[in-house]
Design a protein around this ligand. Structure first.
Ligand code: ARG
Length: 268
């Protein structure tokens, strides 16, 4: 064989190898430029994950006067961003619009004390559960002994945030739909409760603790009466992003880090 033939053979092998590599990537990943990661690829490229939350739900999520976000969900979201190696950018979104903001891509994920429900999983993908919450009643202390469980609510005016699982419970237990008062957020419901315009509020337990904290006149009435699990929601069909989020949740659970975050915000 002449030198020329040898060189040519090497070049051809090289070209075939390159072509094979490109085809392989095409086949397995659609394209070789990060496209296979979908939304996760975009997040990494951007260097930032956009997180939607309705920050009116302390100690899960709230904002101070300067607009800084804080809470248990905020800490969890920050851990996820840091595992991804990107910045966490929080966006305040009212509850009524939060699911759409995840669906239409305005946010990459939403974390907002969101109960995983069958209905919601039809249009969004949920992470593994990260918290077991349940609902309770908040009422004025002068209703002590009168309202001590959901069955006592039949004749009372009940306030809830519109579109929450609490609204569903309120409709179940009140005797008349006109007794259910829906609000854009729980701050508004609380105002009405303090003014005696409603008799009770149904709300998740952690947020109930937040609501009665430092309030002379309010109390948690009775026991937790539902079992619900919080999850992080993202667009459907984003397996790469979902599995990264679940990886972070698993890490936080295993390392006892989730416990630590819970204790920081909710106490023992
Ligand atoms: N867990 C309830 C639900 O998913 C209420 C959540 C309200 N969250 C909030 N950040 N306001 O329907």
């Amino acid at each position: 064989m002449t030198k020329r033939v040898i060189v040519l053979t090497i070049v051809i092998i090289g070209l075939l190898g390159g072509l094979g590599f490109v085809l392989y990537n095409q086949f397995f990943f659609g394209r070789g430029d990060g496209q296979e990661l979908g939304r996760l690829g975009e997040i990494k490229k951007r260097g930032e994950i956009i997180i939607g939350t309705d920050a009116t739900y302390p100690p899960m999520e709230s904002r101070d006067e300067q607009g800084n976000f804080s809470g248990m969900d905020i800490d969890i979201a920050r851990e996820i961003a840091s595992d991804l190696g990107v910045r966490a950018k929080f966006k305040n979104i009212i509850w009524e619009e939060i699911f759409n903001a995840a669906k239409n891509g305005e946010t990459d994920m939403i974390i907002s004390a969101i109960t995983i429900t069958k209905e919601r999983t039809e249009t969004l993908a949920f992470s593994d559960p990260y918290f077991n919450a349940g609902q309770v009643i908040v009422s004025a202390k002068d209703k002590k002994g009168i309202i001590s469980g959901p069955k006592d609510l039949k004749e009372y005016r009940v306030g809830v945030q519109v579109g929450t699982t609490s609204e569903e419970e309120a409709r179940k237990y009140t005797g008349n739909p006109s007794l259910v008062n829906t609000y854009e957020n729980y701050d508004l419901a609380k105002e009405d409760l303090l003014q005696g315009k409603i008799d009770a509020i149904i709300i998740d337990y952690p947020a109930a603790v937040g609501m009665v904290a430092g309030e002379e006149k309010l109390q948690i009435a009775g026991e937790i009466f539902t079992q619900e699990f919080y999850g992080i929601a993202i667009q459907k069909d984003q397996p790469a992003l979902l599995s990264q989020i679940n990886k972070s949740i698993r890490r936080l659970k295993q390392a006892g880090e989730l416990r630590r975050i819970e204790e920081k915000w909710l106490g023992q």
